[in-house]
Design a protein around this ligand. Structure first.
Ligand code: PRP
Ligand code: ADE
Length: 223
């Protein structure tokens, strides 16, 4: 359990959540102990407790964007977004989104992949959390964090052109710094149900707080 890090020490819900996750050895390839959250989704109490813990965590953090990572972040993110009054932004695998996108490639425990987000899905000044089922190397969450940052960078570049040509005197003042800090969706935290040993003990990822509920299950306890 990550109870010491996540402020849920002694919370009996974590044990039940952990036990509801199935381990499939050697999927999708030899040596990977696959943490299968579909069995957690079958257990109404454990599923609800998982979502409720995230809702309690983010309810009072002034979050307006819940960004979910395809595919398993989609299973937790929308419920959290609805409950805290935020919008849900899907971060999808390549060529799935129909509109104009920005992309970010990354390396996985078993291959490489890419995440895409619709341009305009987040607007300057928004506070975002990124949700996924599991963090292993942290590559996926790092790409997702960069993606939300790129959106703000694009906006920043456009704004700087405007600023340069129309109100150049602002460029040398504190007003500019102040404005840039409010430009894009700030990633307030990354959150996952499971944290693999690669990130054990880490409370931050790329400078962002990392909130994790449970460690992976050992194979001998597998359902
Ligand atoms: O921390 P990392 O090493 O980046 O790995 C974590 C990612 O791997 C899994 O997704 P996967 O890439 O298998 O995609 P899927 O959910 O579409 O099957 C998992 O759901 C995370 O998104
Ligand atoms: N061991 C694992 N189980 C499930 N999803 C994963 N994504 C990366 N590593 C994984």
């Amino acid at each position: 359990m990550f109870a010491a890090e996540n402020g849920l020490k002694g919370d009996p819900r974590l044990q039940a959540i952990s036990e509801a996750i199935r381990v499939i050895p050697h999927f999708p390839k030899t040596g990977i102990m696959f943490q299968d959250i579909t069995t957690l989704l079958l257990n109404h109490k454990a599923f609800k407790d998982t979502v409720d813990i995230f809702i309690d965590r983010f309810r009072d953090m002034d979050i307006s964007v819940v960004a979910g990572i395809e595919a398993r972040g989609f299973m937790f993110g929308p419920s959290i977004a609805l409950a805290i009054g935020a919008k849900f932004v899907p971060l999808r695998k390549p060529r799935k989104l129909p509109g104009e996108v920005i992309s970010e490639a990354y390396e996985l425990e078993y291959g490489t992949d890419c995440l895409e987000m619709h341009v305009g899905a987040v607007v300057p000044g928004e506070r975002a959390v990124i949700i996924d089922d599991l963090v292993a190397t942290g590559g996926t969450l790092s790409a997702a964090t960069r993606l939300l940052g790129i959106a703000s960078l694009l906006f920043t570049v456009i704004f700087l052109f405007y600023l340069f040509f129309s109100v150049a005197r602002l460029a040398q003042t504190d007003l500019l710094t102040d404005f840039l800090e409010r430009m894009g969706a700030e990633v307030v935290e990354c959150a996952c149900v499971i944290g693999l040993p690669e990130v054990k003990g880490q409370r931050r990822l790329n400078g962002k707080p990392l909130y994790i509920l449970v460690e992976p299950r050992e194979i001998e306890h597998c359902c």
